[in-house]
Design a protein around this ligand. Structure first.
Ligand SMILES: [Fe+2]
Length: 328
């Protein structure tokens, strides 16, 4: 497996050298130099993924949204019916991650466009995620337009305004450059923000959480820690130094166990779009929930059909596997 991967890497760099993007000396670097470089990148990516993509951008955000709701909005408000949440280096990574967190990066249609990923082939996170966003958006639009008949009603709802202001002040440290709204002036703005909250706490969390064992169960692909510093001199690596660099058996097993646990469906799993508490009793919201569930079912079938033809099926955003809130 490594050899195949090394071959791919070698071909990639050969191409880059031919295009004069890289100097020729790159081709002579030893197999273990390349392997170790990739291992250190993968290990750094593990920390970035856990702390930024997973912890900060789903778990901690879900807490911000929910705590602000509890502080400012009475229990009878319809927004309640949507919400549920169940060392030094870490702080540095989280601080840096927070400083680059923007509203648009949390909204998948904007995020994909900003990163120029519209045409990347076989990108199922984007394909399924955009469809899920649209379905959630239609549902939120239906429910909130039922409760807020016009923009003035949004502007005059002081509890709603306090909710978003708390999120802006405490969750995004009053940084206007994040693009996070400080107040809602239109129903359209409110609908987009609530769609982002639901998407972040359900679909986005599933996308970054549920595949962790699949992706990281093979330790060299995601070393949770490394025992030696990255080599700084070329030609000093070998199989022996690689093995010394890897985490020991206990650390490896603990990492695998954690990733396995995080990737398991919880025993009290509630799928996206299902509200066992029966919050909605009025006729129109009740019908909107049924429509929402129907659309999610159609998407689920489409994803299952698509996956049949894939060598590695992408299942994480199948609505039947997406928890309705951040659970683990
Ligand atoms: Fe999680």
């Amino acid at each position: 497996m490594w050899l195949t991967s090394m071959e791919g890497t070698a071909n990639f760099y050969l191409g880059a050298v031919k295009k004069k993007i890289l100097p020729e000396e790159f081709l002579t670097d030893s197999e273990y130099d390349w392997l170790m470089a990739k291992i250190f990148v993968r290990s750094a990516d593990f920390s970035e993924h856990q702390l930024n993509a997973h912890l900060l951008r789903t778990h901690l955000l879900a807490e911000v949204f929910a705590v602000s709701l509890l502080r400012n909005v009475p229990m009878v408000h319809p927004l309640y019916k949507f919400a549920a949440s169940g060392g030094k280096a870490m702080i540095t990574i989280l601080k840096r991650s927070l400083s680059s967190m923007t509203y648009s990066s949390l909204c998948i249609p904007d995020d994909i466009a900003e990163r120029g990923l519209e045409a990347v082939p076989n990108f199922y996170y984007r394909d399924d995620g955009l469809k899920l966003w649209d379905i959630i958006h239609r549902f939120v639009q239906g429910v909130l337009s039922y409760y807020y008949k016009n923009d003035a009603e949004v502007q005059q709802d002081s509890e709603l305004q306090k909710w978003i202001l708390d999120i802006f002040e405490y969750g995004f440290l009053s940084q206007a450059s994040t693009g996070i709204p400080q107040r809602f002036t239109t129903v359209v703005e409110l609908v987009k923000f609530v769609t982002m909250v639901i998407f972040t706490c359900s679909a986005q969390h599933a996308a970054v959480n549920s595949g962790q064992y699949d992706y990281g169960g093979w330790m060299p692909n995601t070393p949770i820690s490394l025992q030696l510093p990255p080599p700084t001199t070329k030609g000093t690596t070998s199989e022996a130094t690689m093995l010394q660099t890897f985490p020991d058996v206990n650390t490896t097993v603990q990492g695998m166990a954690t990733m396995w646990l995080l990737s398991q469906q919880s025993s009290d799993f509630v799928p996206l779009g299902h509200y066992p508490e029966d919050h909605f009793s009025e006729k129109i919201p009740f019908k909107l929930i049924k429509d929402f569930q129907g659309e999610l079912e159609v998407l689920s079938v489409a994803i299952k059909v698509r996956n049949k033809s894939l060598e590695v099926p992408y299942t994480y955003l199948d609505p039947t596997a997406v928890e309705n809130s951040v659970a683990i």
